[in-house]
Design a protein around this ligand. Structure first.
Ligand code: UDP
Ligand code: MG
Length: 345
C-alpha cells in the first residue's frame, strides 16, 4: 500500500483526446483549485496516436499538479483506468472521462459526501442520458439488463466509470489478480459503503467516441465471463435441448418409415446438421472465452506497460524520450526499472 501524498487524485484515461484535452483542463482546474485540498491529476495516455501526450506535457508546464502517465500502446479504457488507479497516490480517487461528459463540478460534491456520510464509494449517477445517441442508449440498456440478470441486482444502469473511491477501495482493486477487471461491476460487488450523486450526462465536448460497437462487445464479453459461468450452463441447456430435438426427429423418421410414407429427404437432415453444428460451435466458443481468460492469467503478461510517468523521482532518472523531456523539462525513470514496479500481472 502506498502512503497517500495528496488528498485527492483525479484519474483520467485519454485515447486520442487532443481535441478535448484543452477544454477538459480549462474546466477541471478551477474546480480542483477551488476545493482547497492538495490534489494531483493523473492523465493516463492510452497510447494515443495524435498529439495528446505532447499537449498534456505542455499544459503541465503551467499546472504542476497535472501528472502524465503514458502507456506504451493502446490497451483500452478499463486497463488504462487500471494503470491510473495504480499510479494514483491520493487519499480519495476520482475516475472521470476526458471528454467532459462527466461534469468536473460534481467532484466537490462527491468529496463532501464521502467525508460527511463517511462512505468509501460515491457513484456518479446519470440522471439524464438524453445527449447520448439512440444507438448508445439502446446498447447500454441491453448491456445493463444482461448484467443485472447475470451478475446481480446491485448493478446500476446509470452508474458508469465516474465515481469517487477511498484509498481502501483502490488498494483492494489494485491487488486484484484479474487481468481485465470491469470496474463498474467489480466496485459495487466488493460491498463497500456507498452513496450517490446525480449528474446530467453532457455531450462529448470534442472528438469522437472511442467506443465503437466492437469495443462494446468486448466489454460485454469481459463483463459476462468475468462475473459468471452462466453462459457455460446455457451451453449445456441448449445442447440438451438439441439432443431432445434430435430424438424427436429420429422417432418421426422411424414412424414415417413404419407407415410407409416417403422418408423426408435431405431437408430435415440438412436442418439437423446445421442446427447441431451451430450449437456445437457456440458451445466451443463459450468454452474458448473462459479458457482464453485462464490462458491470459497463467501467462501473467503485464496488461500494460508504462512508457513514462512525469512524477518519477529525479534520482532514478534516465532520459527515455528526449523530445518529451525537452518540451516539458522533466525526467523519467529507467524504463526497465519502471516495468518492474509499474506493471501488473
Ligand atoms: N479511452 C481510453 N482508451 C480507449 C478508449 C477510450 O483511454 O481505448 C478513454 C477516452 O479517452 C475517454 C474515456 O475512455 O476519456 C471514455 O471513452 P469515450 O468517451 O470514447 O466513450 P463513451 O463516452 O462514448 O462511452
Ligand atoms: Mg465519452
Amino acid at each position: 500500500m502506498l502512503a497517500s501524498l495528496v488528498a485527492l487524485s483525479v484519474v483520467t484515461p485519454m485515447f486520442n483526446e487532443r481535441e478535448a484535452v484543452d477544454h477538459f483542463v480549462a474546466r477541471l482546474r478551477p474546480v480542483l483549485d477551488g476545493l482547497g485540498v492538495t490534489y494531483e491529476v493523473v492523465a493516463v495516455d492510452d497510447g494515443s496516436s495524435d498529439a495528446t501526450v505532447s499537449r498534456l506535457l505542455q499544459l503541465r508546464a503551467d499546472w504542476p499538479q497535472l501528472r502524465v502517465v503514458a502507456l506504451r500502446r493502446n490497451v483500452g479504457h478499463q486497463t488504462a483506468l487500471r494503470a491510473g488507479l495504480r499510479a494514483a497516490r491520493g487519499e480519495h480517487i476520482v475516475s472521470i472521462d476526458a471528454d467532459l461528459q462527466d461534469p468536473p463540478e460534481v467532484i466537490g460534491e462527491m468529496l463532501a459526501k464521502a467525508q460527511t456520510e463517511k462512505v468509501d464509494v460515491v457513484y456518479g449517477v446519470r440522471s439524464d442520458r438524453s445527449t447520448d445517441t439512440v444507438f448508445k442508449r439502446r446498447t447500454a440498456g441491453v448491456y445493463y439488463w444482461m448484467m443485472r440478470r447475470l451478475v446481480g441486482q446491485w448493478v446500476s444502469d446509470q452508474a458508469g466509470d465516474f465515481r469517487l473511491m477511498s484509498r481502501a477501495v483502490v488498494d483492494v482493486l489494485n491487488d486484484l489478480p484479474e487481468p481485465r477487471p470491469v470496474y463498474r461491476l467489480v466496485v459495487p460487488s466488493l460491498g463497500f459503503s456507498s452513496a450517490e450523486v446525480g449528474y446530467v450526462r453532457e455531450d462529448r465536448v470534442a472528438g469522437k467516441t472511442k467506443y465503437p460497437l466492437s469495443r462494446m462487445i468486448r466489454l460485454t464479453v469481459d463483463s459476462v465471463t468475468g462475473f459468471s459461468a452462466a453462459p457455460l450452463k446455457i451451453a449445456t441447456g441448449v445442447g440438451l435441448l438439441s439432443f431432445a430435438l434430435c430424438l424427436v426427429l429420429i422417432v418421426t423418421a422411424l414412424v414415417a418409415w413404419g407407415v410407409g410414407t416417403t422418408v423426408p429427404g435431405w431437408t430435415s437432415l440438412y436442418i439437423a446438421v446445421l442446427l447441431l453444428g451451430g450449437i456445437q460451435l457456440i458451445c466451443v466458443g463459450m468454452l474458448g472465452e473462459y479458457i482464453g481468460r485462464i490462458y491470459a492469467a497463467i501467462q501473467g503478461r503485464p496488461a500494460y506497460l508504462v512508457s513514462f510517468d512525469t512524477s518519477q523521482p529525479l534520482d532514478t532518472a534516465q532520459p527515455f524520450d528526449t523530445a518529451h523531456q525537452e518540451s516539458a523539462g522533466f525526467t523519467v525513470a529507467d524504463p526497465a526499472d519502471q516495468r518492474e514496479r509499474e506493471t501488473i500481472s
